[in-house]
Design a protein around this ligand. Structure first.
Ligand SMILES: [Cu+2]
Ligand SMILES: [Zn+2]
Length: 191
């Protein structure tokens, strides 16, 4: 039986471009390559409210988001279990990504969900950013990858997360959603 030529694949030069809902292998900086997934955050009517990026790092997933066009305030944002963002209420995205069947929130003694994230603060300029690390999370490999058969979503809520109320932090309506999916690029190597 012939061995697949894995090494040449891993050594291939990397495409830097990432489209909406696209992914690409990140920097070949010497360490294991990163897997990046970008998505557009769309409002109930399909309007753009910014972007989000998930980057597989060695010890977890870094979640960044840049939002625009929102009233000043604090907003909950989470990784949800299903990669389906049907407006206007985005219930198709399912609950929070929760492979360990915990309760919601890092202030909950029975918490937290693997998909829980810190609130985003939007300023008077109507912009807000998120830069959060989810230790131990994997995008496509491991026992409980975020991007499983039905994908995943990143969902913004109308109210801030209290980090404690199960199942969703009392964070109100879902007001923006971005599908997190694989679009054909090769899997990240963690070896
Ligand atoms: Cu949520
Ligand atoms: Zn949660």
């Amino acid at each position: 039986m012939r061995l697949l030529p894995m090494l040449p694949l891993l050594m291939m030069p990397v495409l830097a471009a990432c489209g909406a809902n696209g992914e690409s292998m990140g920097r070949m900086g010497g360490a294991a390559p990163r897997l990046l997934v970008n998505t557009a955050m769309l409002g109930p009517g399909g309007e753009s409210l910014g972007t989000a990026t998930l980057a597989q790092e060695a010890d977890g997933v870094k979640v960044t988001a840049a939002l625009t066009g929102l009233p000043a305030g604090s907003y909950a944002i989470h990784l949800h279990a299903v990669g389906k963002c049907d407006g206007p209420d985005f219930t198709t995205a399912g609950g929070h990504f929760n492979p360990a069947t915990k309760q919601h929130g890092n202030l909950n003694p029975a918490g937290e969900h693997a998909g829980d994230l810190p609130n985003i603060t939007v300023g008077a300029d109507r912009r807000g950013t998120l830069d959060a690390m989810r230790p131990g999370l994997r995008l496509v490999d491991g026992d409980a990858p975020l991007i499983d058969a039905d994908g995943a979503a990143i969902v913004l809520h109308a109210a801030p997360d209290d980090y404690r109320t199960d199942p969703s932090g009392n964070s109100g309506a879902r007001i923006a959603c971005g599908v997190i999916t694989r679009t054909g690029a090769s899997a990240a190597s963690s070896s």
